[in-house]
Design a binder for this molecule. Structure first.
Ligand code: ZN
Length: 277
């Protein structure tokens, strides 16, 4: 049995500030260690429940955060950016389930460092008139390949978002948000025990899960963080301007929709370069 793990960073136990998740900042090395520990806990739980193949996709920022030197030897790692399926790169029909580690609440919601895909780019992401965060979007990508979301870890705010669409997913609440940049945390050791136990439980009941599918064609409505970003992303064929900071497009399916969202994120990164200042 194969399990896919998508690992983000804002929902990792102990993480509360951007200095723990952005390369070059003071506490980034600690954040990477905490991330690798939570990922290893999920791997350990999956192995205990009989999984024999695990693929981890580093899904945060540069996507080069997980310390491969400390990765559990039973897993393989996809590291680096850009990549076609972004946070779900590597998923295909051969997996039995998807696990999201270190995830966070959607843009505009309460929760630790909440955002959707890129905090600098998107103020909201709506598909067929419903707002989604990264959990829903990435679970739909897994669902496109027939793979169910079985377990998630993050803070108490994300828990509500997960329960809305995935009541059967086993949730590991590793911290409670006391604001965007303040949390009440479990110790890393306690978080690891929780994650390992919950992932093992989810894998043991894997036949109970169904893939989450958003049927196409999809209407995608986005609010950007600035008019300049809207200027840039409207250059992508098929994307039309709705208002100064809003754009919309139609996509054949969720993979198609996410590819355009990823291209928009890349376009908005170019605006941040000195060349355009
Ligand atoms: Zn994220």
């Amino acid at each position: 049995m194969k399990i896919f793990i998508s690992a983000d960073m804002e929902g990792i136990s102990g993480v509360t500030h951007r200095d723990q998740i952005v390369p070059g900042t003071g506490e980034y090395d600690r954040g990477r260690k905490l991330l690798t520990r939570d990922v290893n806990a999920a791997i350990k739980g999956a192995l205990e429940a009989g999984v024999d193949e695990i693929l981890v996709n580093d899904s945060h920022g540069s996507m080069r955060n997980i310390l491969i030197e400390e990765l559990h030897p039973a897993a393989r790692l996809i590291t680096g950016f850009p990549k076609p399926l972004l946070m779900m790169e590597g998923i295909d029909e051969s997996f039995a389930g998807a696990v999201f580690i270190g995830y966070h609440a959607m843009a505009g919601a309460y929760g630790t460092l909440s955002h959707t895909i890129s905090g600098a780019t998107f103020a909201s992401v709506r598909i067929n008139d419903k707002a989604y965060g990264e959990t829903g979007l990435n679970a739909a990508v897994a669902g496109h390949f027939g793979i169910p979301l079985i377990a998630v870890s993050g803070d108490d705010c994300l828990k509500g978002e997960v329960l809305r669409d995935f009541p059967e997913a086993v949730y590991s609440e590793v911290k409670k948000a006391h604001g965007t940049m303040a949390v009440n945390c479990l110790s890393p050791a306690a978080a690891e025990e929780l994650i390992a136990g919950n992932v093992a439980k989810a894998v043991s009941n894997i036949s109970d899960y169904r893939p989450f599918v958003i049927e196409g064609p999809l209407q995608v409505d986005l609010v950007l963080k600035s008019n300049a970003i809207a200027d840039a992303v409207t250059l992508i064929p098929g994307v039309r301007r709705v208002s100064p900071a809003e754009v919309a497009y139609q996509a054949a399916d969720i993979v198609d929709a996410m590819r355009t969202i990823t291209a928009m994120m890349c376009a908005s990164c170019i605006l941040a370069m000195d060349l355009y200042k």
